[in-house]
Structures are given as structure tokens and as C-alpha cells.
Design a protein around this ligand. Structure first.
Ligand code: TNX
Length: 525
């Protein structure tokens, strides 16, 4: 169908739906309160109008026709409604049922009130839901809110068919930070494509927009590089504790990138260097710069390995690696690690970071690195990820670098909750659910200007975890709190209010079969 015809058809469909409202008999709904819905992250502004939209078999989703990505968002919503309620709702088509009752319209809008690409507005009335967003990413964030508003159970008394009552009102929402990430270390232990997809499904529900994959370390190299096959043939076969390891083929990686993109999540690939490189050097010993014979490593020490920063072939190798990964990573970033290079001479480390930054830029990406990279003269377009040293964050910001906040004392998902935790480390202390939530990223690093903060990221290192159940034990519920700290204004982040909303996530956590840690700080419902 031609675009103009499609738009006209849709226009008349909406007009006719609207006109039917006048003749329809009024349904009587119980009083609702949109302001009390247990939404996470908490939206910027909510206005309740106390009635309900009855989601039912005959509801139809319409989407803006000017951007096919909006239709994809519509289908995503329909799929999630199906799995939560069993309702088969059609998208941009009649479903053959009496479909003039109620509709959800996902609308591309250029309203100036939508300040960011992820902002959205929800207008929920008795007979219609309008979701406005500038981009499909904004619409996607908006439908997560809608998903969270659909009750677990239907009401079967108002009509002779079941209705899932969504509270009416308005929501105006936008993210505090542009970058809201979590990291998964697939090197210390390998996680399969399906395990990563499940993680993506969960984080998408809470409006994360980045998954950083730590793809290489001393214990394993996890991504196929076609020009250097031994990286995975040799370096991919080890992991902490002596397991079989594993790796993603480039096809696997593309599948993950595409799966994340459907959820408007960017994958940030990391190749950690010049330290944390034992697995690469075992595969190709000429890379090694620590003067020792390299052997496979399956322990958990850090800081003993390094690339040889003085050799040209090392940079030719890295050019291939970065080129191949960049070519299958549509996002803007390439993470070079750069942490804990304890056996690299300082001058070599600086030389290395400066050379690798150029390679990353040559392949069209912005460099990200752990906070140590600010020792080098890096370009202001590069990004420093603060995990350890406050001075580094301040130095980066003074140099014009944007900062991602991942302070190990607050945001490390691999720290134990308390001394009894089944998994996790404790070198930066235990991080119970309230400590994980009770900090303000905007003021945490004293003297760091708000404008330099790109966002937050919660890393999950995998020395002590090797499967989805263990991953979920450490990540949840804490990651849900980081989602709120990344999205909601600091005025809207309140522990008492949050813990009540968190308690109400149980049906979702159970439906998704998530092995969350049932912290006693929460009165789980
Ligand atoms: C420090 S955080 C590391 C990782 C470890 C982690 C364990 C960072 C940039 N480096 O190599 O896995 O601690 O918590």
C-alpha cells in the first residue's frame, strides 16, 4: 500500500473508532490510581484520572505508519500482552472481532515536550491509549511502562468477556541519563547466546539501553576473529575453575546485537588490554609483553599479564581485531578495557592507549575505557568509566571526557549482598539491596560536574558465577535499582517508596523464571 493511502486508512479507522464511542453504553469501572502503580523506574510525572482502560481481546494496536520501527514496537507490545494475558491482539489490522471498542495508538510525535529520543507521553483514557514518542526507542520505553501497568488478573464482572484494567491518567517521562547500562563478564565464565538473550529480556523491561560485554580477559577470549582464528580455537577453551569455556561466532554475536537492537539496547563490545590479556597471548605468544612463558590461566588473580606495547605487530593484530568487531557492532562505542595493567610500564601503558585510541577512531568508534585510561593523552571524545579512582574521573572530566559511573562500592553486581551470600566477591565491601540503591550518581563523585556524566553502568564480573541462575542471584534485584538510578530524577528516587514498588515485581520475576535473591530488606508480595 502506498504511504499516503496507509495514513488515510489509519485516519479513518481512528475516526470511526472514535465516533463509535458516542453510541456505546458507559461501562462502570472501579476507582484506580495511576500514581500508585508500582512502576520501575519511577516516571518523571504522573497524573491520575481514576478510571480504567479495559484491555481485551478486541483491543487493537495501531502504530504510526511513517516509521516501520514503530510497527515493530507495536508487535513487541502485542507479543508481551499475549504472554501476560493470553490475549491475541492485532497490530494495524482488524482482528475480525468487534474491534471498535478500544485501541492503543503508538504515535510518532514531534512535540517539543519530548526532550530526548527516549522521552514518551502516555495518555490513558477509558477508550484509548495514546503513546507519543519522537523515536521508536522512546515508544519502546513507553510500552515497558504500559506492560507494567497491565494487572496480573482480569476483571470478569464488568463485561461478559474479561478486561485487564489499566488505570487512566497521563504519564510524562524521560531518562535522567543517556547511558544506562549493565555489563556482563562472559570471559571468566562463558554465557551462551540464550543466557544473554534472557538477560536482555529482563533489563529491557526496566528501560536499560546498554549491555556491555566483557569479551576477553586472562581466562578466556570469547569472540571469533576471522583473521586470527586461534584466539577462539585456543583462547576460547578455558575459563575460571577449569571449565570448557566457549565463544561467540560472529554470527552469534550479530544475533545478540540484533536481539538487543529489537529492545533498543546497544551492545558495547570490550576487548580488555593491555593487561587482562593472558588468553590472547596463549593463543599468539608474540603478543605477550611480561617476559614470561605464557600458560593457560583459570584462576582469579588480576594484573599479571600484558601485551607488548613496543611491538608494531601487536598493533597490526589489534587493528584486525578492532576492525572485525567494529564492523559487526552498530553502536557508537568500542571499549578497550585498560584496567589493572600492573605489569605494563607506565610509559608503555600511555603509548599503548594513545595508539589504540587512534585505531578505534579509524574504525569509526568512540573509545571507552576503565578510569585508568586518563593517564594517557586521550581525545575529549573518548569516555572514561569510573570504577575505582575518583581522581581519574575528575581528571577525565577536566579533559572533556564524558564519564560513566560504575563505582565498585555501590554499583558492582558481583559483590556479595552480605557475608552469607552464596556467590560473589567482597573486595569493595558487601552491597545489600538498600546500599546499592541509596546513592546519588549526580553527586557521588565530589566535584564532578553533572553535565559530564554520561550515565551509569552496573558491571557483573563472573569469577563466582557460571550459569543463568547464579547470574540472576547476583544481578536481581540490585540491577532493578540501578535501572531506576539511571532513569528517574534524584527527587523521584526514594528508598521507602522504591522498596514497596520492588516488592510488587514478584509476579514478573516469577513469570520470567528469574532466580532473584529474596533480600529480607524487602517485604516481597
Ligand atoms: C576488578 S573492575 C576488575 C575485574 C574483576 C573485578 C572483580 C575492573 C575494571 N577490573 O577484573 O573481575 O574487579 O570484582
Amino acid at each position: 500500500m502506498k504511504q499516503s493511502v496507509k495514513v488515510l486508512t489509519l485516519f479513518f479507522a481512528i475516526i470511526s473508532v472514535a465516533s463509535c464511542q458516542w453510541t456505546k453504553k458507559e461501562l462502570v469501572f472501579p476507582k484506580t490510581n495511576l500514581s500508585e502503580a508500582p512502576l520501575i523506574p519511577k516516571p518523571l510525572k504522573t497524573i491520575a484520572t481514576h478510571s480504567a482502560f479495559g484491555l481485551a481481546e478486541n483491543t487493537i494496536i495501531y502504530t504510526s505508519q511513517v516509521d516501520p520501527k514503530f510497527e515493530q514496537v507495536g508487535h513487541f507490545l502485542a507479543e508481551k500482552i499475549k504472554s501476560k494475558t493470553g490475549l491475541g491482539i492485532s497490530v494495524n489490522a482488524s482482528n475480525g472481532k468487534n474491534s471498535t471498542e478500544r485501541f492503543i495508538y503508538i504515535n510518532k510525535s514531534d512535540s517539543v515536550e519530548l526532550k530526548t529520543s527516549e522521552s514518551y507521553q502516555l495518555y490513558i483514557k477509558k477508550d484509548s491509549i495514546f503513546l507519543n514518542a519522537k523515536t521508536a526507542a522512546g515508544a519502546f520505553r513507553g510500552i515497558q511502562t504500559l506492560r507494567q501497568l497491565i494487572p496480573e488478573k482480569s476483571n470478569d464482572t464488568i463485561t461478559d468477556y474479561p478486561l485487564w484494567l489499566i488505570p487512566t491518567g497521563k504519564i510524562f517521562d524521560e531518562p535522567k541519563f543517556e547511558y544506562r547500562g549493565t555489563m556482563l563478564d562472559v570471559s571468566r565464565h562463558f554465557f551462551s547466546v540464550d543466557e544473554v538473550k534472557k538477560y536482555l529480556d529482563i533489563i529491557a523491561y526496566y528501560k536499560f539501553n546498554v549491555l556491555h560485554l566483557h569479551l576477553s580477559d586472562d581466562q578466556g577470549w570469547r569472540i571469533e576473529i576471522k583473521s586470527w582464528p586461534k584466539l577462539t580455537e585456543v583462547g576460547g577453551k578455558t575459563e575460571v575453575g577449569g571449565g570448557v569455556g566457549g565463544y561467540y561466532t560472529q554470527e552469534d554475536f550479530k544475533e545478540l546485537v540484533a536481539y538487543a537492537a529489537e529492545r533498543h539496547i546497544t551492545i558495547v563490545p570490550e576487548i580488555d588490554m593491555p593487561g587482562h590479556t593472558n588468553a590472547a597471548s596463549v593463543s599468539y605468544p608474540f603478543l605477550n609483553g611480561n617476559g614470561k612463558v605464557v600458560k593457560p590461566y583459570t584462576g582469579t588473580r588480576v594484573g599479571f599479564s600484558t601485551f607488548d606495547a613496543q611491538k608494531d605487530p601487536v598493533y597490526a593484530f589489534l587493528d584486525d581485531v578492532i576492525r572485525e568487531i567494529a564492523s559487526i557492532s552498530p553502536g557508537p562505542y568500542f571499549h578497550i578495557g585498560g584496567d589493572e595493567s600492573h605489569v605494563t610500564k607506565k610509559k608503555d601503558y600511555i603509548h599503548f592507549v594513545e595508539k589504540v585510541e587512534k585505531i578505534v577512531q579509524k574504525h569509526g568508534k568512540q573509545m571507552v575505557g576503565w578510569d585508568e585510561i586518563v593517564a594517557a593523552k586521550i581525545s575529549p571524545t573518548s569516555i572514561a568509566q569510573h570504577w575505582h579512582t575518583t581522581k581519574n574521573a575528575l581528571k577525565g572530566s577536566a579533559n572533556g571526557n564524558k564519564i560513566i559511573l560504575s563505582p565498585a562500592k555501590k554499583a558492582y553486581l558481583d559483590m556479595k549482598y552480605d557475608s552469607l551470600s552464596k556467590h560473589g566477591l567482597n573486595w569493595s565491601g558487601c552491597i545489600p539491596v538498600d546500599v546499592a540503591y541509596n546513592w546519588n550518581p549526580e553527586t557521588y563523585v565530589q566535584g564532578l560536574p553533572k553535565e559530564t556524566i554520561l550515565g551509569i553502568e552496573a558491571p557483573l564480573w563472573s569469577e563466582t558465577i557460571s550459569n543463568s541462575a547464579e547470574l540472576e542471584y547476583l544481578a536481581f534485584p540490585r540491577a532493578i535499582g540501578y535501572a531506576e538510578l539511571g532513569w528517574s530524577t534524584s527527587e523521584n528516587c526514594d528508598w521507602e517508596d522504591y522498596r514497596n514498588r520492588l516488592a510488587k515485581q514478584v509476579p514478573f520475576l516469577n513469570r520470567m523464571n528469574i532466580n532473584y535473591y529474596p533480600s529480607e530488606l524487602i517485604d516481597w508480595e
